[in-house]
Design a protein around this ligand. Sequence first.
Ligand code: GUN
Ligand code: FE
Length: 441
Amino acid sequence: MNSRIIIPSRIITADRENRILTSHAVEISGGIIKRIFPASDIIGNSAEYYNDLVMIPGFIQTHIHLCQTLFRGIADDLELLDWLQYRIFPYENAHNKNSLKAAARLGLYELLKSGTTTILDMGTLRHQEIIFEELIHSGIRAFAGKCMMDKNDLFPSFKSSTAGELKQTGELAAEFHNKNEKIRYGFAPRFVLSSSETLLKETAELMKDFRGSVYHTHSSENLNEGRRVEEMFGCGNIEYFERIRILEGKTVLAHCVHVNKNEIDILSKRKVSVAHCPSSNLKLGSGVAPIPEFIKHGITVSLGSDGAACNNNLGQFQEMRLASLMQKPYHGASAMDALTIFRMSNIEGAKALGIDNETGSIEEGKKADLVLVDLNRYSSPLPEGENLYSDLVFSADAGAVKNVMVGGEWLVRNGEVSGYDEKEIIVSGRSELQSLLRRVE
Ligand code: GUN
Ligand code: FE
């Protein structure tokens, strides 16, 4: 089996001790990190040297909507329910296979180029197989699933029947869960306002047949959304989920901005993870999620850029920076330090998805999901390199990413994403968007 040895200037491991290694080599074979050892032990000259680059674990984003990439810049300055009603639902409803493919390709290109190696994607109502095909083509590690909607007062033509949603989801999960070593199913009822109780509960039942899958939905994002939930069920969104007993499997809830004390206890007791989406929460005016409180309660918090229609970027660097900065005015300047945030971008994401034994940090035995970044133009490293966390969280952007490896395979080299022609995906994205807008009801 092909084996390669990589020697960066430093390795930021994100292991339990947060070790930063200097002059160490990483040996990769069969897609796995076989050995991390002092570079001085190398015999012969077969290693790949990256003397100017720092190795970090690949970013893990636990809330993405690839289908929304084409809607960047045409859904600005609206709050959640209006944004969904007047922009996103009509646009998603108008997707055909070609426009969905163009959206997924643009999104995956941006994600890989900016160092993301694993995603949890929410999918869309129709043509989910196209998203799976594009995920497989890209080489990224992914949990994904058809977005399920069996009611929709905001835009009634954008939904399907309960039985139809469950049947299609079961078929897609049977086909794509563990399709290859990188692809798993993420069951995705969209949110309470578009999911009947039967759909939410039956999805949790269905998920039990697919070991290693996750349950992925939005929760408690916006005050008006929360008011509607309260009117319908007389309680908070997460309290409702607990009442109907859908939080017992591996669950990732996106946003969790407006939650009460009881709901924080529920998240903690049920080991539910929160996918924190700082840019989206700010841009849609949703609010500031109580992340320090979640962390105090031992809740796993990971990051996501949500979609290009509410961010309007898909990189993890902006999410890290904002996840720290947005809390400081409320909790003081020492809140959400760079190391805490950095771990949210990798190992905490792996925990959220139940794959922390296989990725999320640079350790022997884990999958080789790695990124090489150029941090030279930022701070001058202290002897132990601890200020590299600060460079990564507060200073760097996607331009720092040079090489990206997923499962032992280079998908980005010198900033070039393999398998994509940048000009081609931009041009076809534009033309697909023009056709889609003509189809909008
Ligand atoms: N709630 C229901 N659907 C969506 C969506 O597409 N994006 C966000 N941010 N929240 C949602
Ligand atoms: Fe979302």
